[in-house]
Structure formats: structure tokens, C-alpha cells
Design a protein. Structure first.
Length: 263
């Protein structure tokens, strides 16, 4: 290789390294080490997280993030073999409406005490279709081939119902390692340093979480356990997202009204 080829090769290498660094910088967002006067929300410190104390505050996932985004999602994933009762939640910041994914492609709607449920018939086993068909709380709609339920006085949703996915984090010791932002929200990044002596949790391979500086909410985590049968990875994130279409709620309401009139 002559000097000209070597120079060109070095130039290309430098360009690639600089570009790669730029991409990492863009995706990682602003960050920096913790200052000596770093403040922590109640229940947190530089080398500990008290999840019970964090949950005891007035802030919760159905309310506080509305200050940051017009609408947002609570996304949770678990190992494929771990069956999920609940998947993603979506919250409308203006109205407080909640739409959530459930088993078998079902969808749940909440707004105060108003509750609606939709279950596509094709997504459930035959024996469960029989259960829906025999339950007077559900109505089958032939036009959409789905079962619906509607209740205007179902009761208010408890904040822990959609915030319980972080509970597995309590098995581990955590250390604050960085400050950054999560979609514009100031957060402290914690790193898992091991399994607590009083815990029965599986050993941790690696784990990070992002805790809201101002509200003590967990806005995201990525945890991999060294579990029996291989590594289990769990991810969780509260982030801005469009609020889903939910015209089906009107269908559930109309079907319930028609059923009541026929009785």
C-alpha cells in the first residue's frame, strides 16, 4: 500500500469513528456524572432505592407524566415464555383516558369510573368463547365478531395496577451513576450492583433504571436476570406516544344500552 492509499484509508477510518460517535451522542442524550449536591426524590439516594417509599408519594403514572407529554405510553416487555396479562398502556393527558392491551388481543378502556372492554372472538380459544357467550356482562357484536363489555360505574383504577411492573427491581441493590434526560424529563440513571441479601430474586446479569429527579417515578429500566433456563430480559419505558383510536368504546356503550332495554 503506497502513502496515498494509506492516507485515504486513515481518513475513511477517522470519518467512520467520528460519525459513529455522533450517532451514539444523539441517541444517548445529554448526560454527565452526578454532582456532589445532586438532589434525590424521597425514597432514593446515591447508593439505595426504597421502592416502597417511592410508591408512597402522591405522584403516579396515571397523573404526573401528563405534565410532560400530550399523551404517552407505558411499555413493558418480558421474556416470550412469561405470559403477560397486561401489555402497553396509553394515557391521554388532557382527558385522563386510558387504553390498555390485554391477553388475546383484548383492549380495555378506562376514564374515571367508565370501563369498556373489547375481545376479538378469533383471538381466543373455543372454550373461552363459550365462557364469554354465557356471561351476561359481555355482548357479542356480529358486525365486528367481537365481545364487548361496558360499565359506567366500574370504579377508579389504582395507580399500582399499571405501575406494578417495576416491582421485580426491589430484589436488587442500586447505585446512582449518571444524570440525563428521558424524552425531556430529568432523570437519574441507576445501575444494579447485585442481588440484595434478603431477596429471593434471580441473580442480575445487568440492569439500569431511570428515576425521575423531580417526581420519583421510574421512567424506564432494562434488566437481565440470570434465571434458570437462561437469561431473562425485562424492559420498561414511560414515553410520549399517540393516543390510540377508541371508537369501539361507543360500540360497547351502544351494545350495553340495547341489551339493557331488551331486558
Amino acid at each position: 500500500m503506497d502513502r496515498r492509499d494509506l492516507a485515504v484509508g486513515l481518513l475513511i477510518l477517522v470519518t467512520v469513528v467520528v460519525a459513529s460517535f455522533a450517532v451514539v451522542t444523539v441517541w444517548s442524550g445529554p448526560s454527565g456524572p452526578l454532582a456532589a449536591d445532586q438532589t434525590y426524590p424521597p425514597g432514593a439516594d446515591a447508593d439505595r432505592l426504597n421502592f416502597s417509599a417511592l410508591d408512597a408519594g402522591d405522584a403516579n403514572l396515571t397523573h404526573t407524566p401528563r405534565n410532560h407529554w400530550d399523551s404517552y405510553a407505558i411499555r413493558y416487555t418480558a421474556p416470550p415464555e412469561r405470559r403477560l396479562v397486561e401489555g402497553e398502556y396509553y394515557i391521554n393527558s388532557t382527558t385522563g383516558e386510558i387504553v390498555a392491551d390485554r391477553w388475546h388481543d383484548a383492549t380495555v378502556y378506562r376514564n374515571g369510573t367508565e370501563y369498556a372492554f373489547r375481545q376479538p372472538a378469533e383471538s381466543i380459544p373455543e372454550h373461552q368463547r363459550e365462557q364469554f357467550a354465557s356471561d351476561p356482562q359481555f355482548v357479542h357484536d356480529d358486525a365486528t365478531d367481537a365481545y364487548y363489555r361496558y360499565d359506567p360505574r366500574y370504579g377508579r383504577i389504582a395507580p399500582t395496577n399499571i405501575g406494578r411492573h417495576p416491582t421485580l427491581l426491589d430484589a436488587y441493590a442500586w447505585e446512582a451513576v449518571d444524570t440525563t434526560t428521558h424524552h425531556g424529563v430529568p432523570v437519574i440513571t441507576y445501575r444494579a450492583t447485585g442481588t440484595r441479601a434478603d431477596s429471593q430474586g434471580a441473580p442480575v446479569i445487568n440492569g439500569t433504571l431511570r428515576l425521575g429527579v423531580d417526581d420519583g417515578l421510574i421512567y424506564g429500566y432494562d434488566l437481565t436476570q440470570d434465571a434458570e433456563g437462561g437469561p431473562y430480559r425485562y424492559t420498561y419505558s414511560v414515553e410520549p406516544a399517540p393516543f390510540p383510536e377508541h371508537e369501539w368504546v361507543e360500540t360497547a356503550r351502544d351494545l350495553a344500552a340495547n341489551t339493557t332495554e331488551r331486558r
